[in-house]
Design a protein around this ligand. Structure first.
Ligand code: HEM
Length: 224
C-alpha cells in the first residue's frame, strides 16, 4: 500500500511539474495571435518587435514628413515690382512699354552696330507714340543706373540690369522719336547691348507676341 501511494505521489508530482513548465514556456513565447496590431489594423498579430519601433518590421508606422525649408529670400538686385523692391515708377513705366507694344506697327527703327555697342533711331509718325518713346528710353536708362530692373524672368534683361552701370547711353530726341548711342568699355557688356537692341527691334516688329518670349544671353567673348 505504502509502495503504491509513493509511486502515485511521484507520478502526480511529475505531471504537475511538467504542466507548470509548459504554462511558463507558453507565457515566454512571442505574443503571436494576441490580437490586432494597434499601429497597423491590417495585421492580425501583435507586433513581434519592441514597442519603441512602433510596429512589426513589415509595417512601420508612417513618419511625419520632414518640414519644408523656408522659401529662399529673393536674390539679386531689387526689381521694378514684387517683394524685393516695388517702386513708384513701375506702374507708369509698364503702362508706357505696354502702349509701345500695342502700337508697335506705328514704330520705325534702325540699328547700327558699333564695335562697342549700338546706334539706334526709333521713331513714329504718330505724335502720341513719339511722346511715349521719348518717355520710355530715359526711364529705362534710370533703371539701368539704379539697378531697379524690370522683366527679370527674361535672362537677357536680367543680365542687362546686372551690368547696367557699365553701360553709357546718350539720348537725343529727334522730331519723331529718339536717337540713342549705347556703348560699353567691356566687350561682353557691348554684346549684351547689341542683343538687347535686336530684341527691341523684335518688339517693334511683333509687339506682345515677342514680349512674351525669353531671350538668351549672348555667349561671352573668347579670351585672347
Ligand atoms: C515696341 C516696344 C518698345 C520700344 C519701341 C522700345 C524702345 C526702346 C529704345 C529705343 C531703347 C534704347 C536702346 C535701344 O535703342 O536699343 C530701349 C531701351 C530699353 N527698353 Fe525698351 N522698347 C520697347 C519695349 C520694351 C519692353 C516691353 C521692355 C521691358 C519690359 C523694355 C525695356 C527696356 C530697357 C530695360 C531698356 C534699357 C536697356 C538697354 O538699353 O540696354 N522695352 N527701349
Amino acid at each position: 500500500m505504502s509502495r503504491i501511494s509513493l509511486s502515485r505521489v511521484f507520478a502526480v508530482t511529475c505531471l504537475a511539474a511538467g504542466f507548470g513548465w509548459s504554462v511558463a514556456a507558453a507565457a515566454d513565447k512571442p505574443t503571436e495571435n494576441a490580437g490586432p496590431c494597434p499601429d497597423c489594423p491590417k495585421m492580425k498579430a501583435a507586433p513581434k518587435v519592441p514597442a519603441e519601433k512602433g510596429c512589426c518590421a513589415k509595417c512601420q508606422p508612417e513618419k511625419a514628413p520632414a518640414p519644408k525649408p523656408a522659401a529662399e529670400p529673393q536674390k539679386g538686385p531689387p526689381t521694378g515690382k514684387g517683394p524685393g523692391g516695388k517702386d513708384e515708377a513701375f506702374a507708369s513705366d509698364r503702362d508706357t512699354f505696354h502702349f509701345l507694344l500695342e502700337n508697335h506697327k506705328e514704330i520705325k527703327r534702325t540699328v547700327k552696330k558699333l564695335d562697342n555697342g549700338v546706334e539706334t533711331v526709333t521713331e513714329s509718325d504718330n505724335t502720341e507714340v513719339t511722346k511715349k518713346i521719348q518717355e520710355h528710353v530715359p526711364a529705362m536708362y534710370e533703371r539701368l543706373k539704379s539697378g531697379k530692373g524690370v522683366r527679370y524672368w527674361d535672362p537677357l534683361f536680367a543680365e542687362a540690369f546686372k551690368h547696367g552701370k557699365k553701360m553709357k547711353l546718350t539720348i537725343e530726341n529727334t522730331k519723331a522719336g529718339v536717337k540713342v548711342v549705347e556703348t560699353s568699355d567691356e566687350a561682353d557688356v557691348a554684346k549684351i547691348i547689341q542683343a538687347h537692341a535686336d530684341v527691341v527691334s523684335k518688339f517693334v516688329e511683333k509687339g506682345f507676341e515677342e514680349a512674351r518670349k525669353e531671350h538668351p544671353v549672348p555667349a561671352p567673348e573668347k579670351k585672347k
